[in-house]
Design a protein around this ligand. Structure first.
Ligand code: SAH
Length: 349
């Protein structure tokens, strides 16, 4: 019999399983506490359970525990990038950032990605597999243990497309924001999508208080299709309808992410289109100077032009910020560290 991934079970499921084993109900609460509050990685650490019980749990379940394969810390802002090795030998990246309002972790939702966005390093080798809820939790749990600092914000903006791993993401959010676990406020969780419309609507129906971010990056279907293959499937009109639906159902404003690529999407006509779309769905706009990757020749918009773009958008009544660039000296862009280590490993092999 295959062992069960105990950290991916929500409390009700754990309680059910514990009952089936003929154990008293209160054991489920104890075990859940060890896993999601005390963040242990073995049954042996569960010291209020008897040795016999720990052994029998170990025979039926396993506890996901990723290992740090590498860590890089930025000299500029203390941002840390972790490369974690999963139990099957795959690698994922997570980033720890300190802000005034608290510590934030950016997690990966898949090993690789199959969305094919042209400017993104995470998708160059395609999708390997989805991450389990326990593996996404573990990215945060490990970082909280390693830094000794509380994580208060989580953004699902690392490698992978969360709406392409829908069920696991939903379970992950529920576990992460459970008051009997790490108890991170749903308002402090952001999920970013390249725009898989049916799942954006499903997420709206869950009526969570999380922030949904849409990677828009261009305001015409034609240009968007050049940058993002997913745009062949869902038009900007369909995306806007999904955004309106999300706002209607949850009362939460959408964020548009807009990576400024020099001479591609940073002209006045782009600005006008962006202002119209953001105005229509009351979106907050987050401008990101594109982080160039060596495999492609996209360049970032000059800093002065980014600021001018922001000021003009603001004047047109749009709520806009420029994403603070953190950890550029540590392969900060999605997927760059993982890719580097994978190619080093290949050279060694
Ligand atoms: N798949 C999801 C989440 C992961 S990517 C999504 O598409 O939203 C997180 C954000 O980083 C997205 O907005 C993505 O478009 C952006 N991104 C990817 N590569 C980038 C790069 N090289 N420079 C700037 N932003 C990038």
């Amino acid at each position: 019999m295959d062992k069960i991934d105990i950290k991916s079970l929500d409390f009700n499921e754990l309680e059910e399983t514990i009952k089936e084993l003929g154990l008293p109900k209160f054991r489920a609460r104890q075990i859940y506490d060890w896993l999601h509050k005390k963040l242990v990685t073995s049954f042996d650490e569960m010291t209020n359970l008897s040795g016999e019980l720990r052994k029998s749990l170990d025979e039926r379940f396993y506890i996901t525990a990723c290992e740090v394969a590498r860590m890089q810390e930025s000299k500029f802002d203390g941002t840390r990038k972790y490369l974690f090795k999963l139990s099957d030998g795959n690698y994922v990246e997570s980033v720890f950032m300190r802000y005034h309002h608290g510590n934030s972790v950016c997690i990966s939702s898949q090993v690789g990605c199959r969305m094919g966005c042209r400017f993104c390093a995470s998708t160059l080798d395609g999708l390997t597999r989805n991450l389990q809820p326990s593996e996404m939790l573990d990215e945060i749990y490990r970082i909280q243990v390693l830094t000794g600092e509380r994580v208060s914000n989580v953004v699902v903006m690392g490698t992978g497309e969360p709406m392409d791993n829908y069920d696991n993401i939903l379970k992950f959010i529920k576990l992460l924001t459970d008051e009997n676990g790490l108890n991170i406020s749903q308002r402090n969780v952001t999920v970013s999508t390249c725009g898989i419309v049916p799942n954006m609507k499903r997420l709206a129906d869950e009526k969570l208080s999380i922030t949904l971010a849409l990677s828009l990056h261009s305001v015409t279907d034609e240009k968007r299709r050049e940058l993002m293959p997913i745009a062949n499937k869902y038009s900007i009109e369909k995306l806007m309808e999904a955004c309106e639906y999300y706002f209607e159902k949850t009362g939460r404003r959408i964020t548009f992410e807009y990576a400024l690529v020099r001479d591609v999407n940073d002209k006045d006509e782009d600005l006008k289109g962006l202002s119209q779309l953001a105005g229509r769905v009351k979106a907050h706009v987050n401008l990101i100077p594109v982080n160039p990757i060596k495999e492609r020749d996209y360049r970032e918009t000059a800093h002065g032009d980014v600021v001018a773009f922001k000021n003009k958008l603001e004047k047109s009544g749009i709520n806009v910020t420029i994403r603070r660039e953190m950890g550029r000296d540590i392969d900060g862009a999605c997927g760059q560290l993982r890719k580097k280590v994978l190619s080093e490993n290949n050279e060694e092999a």
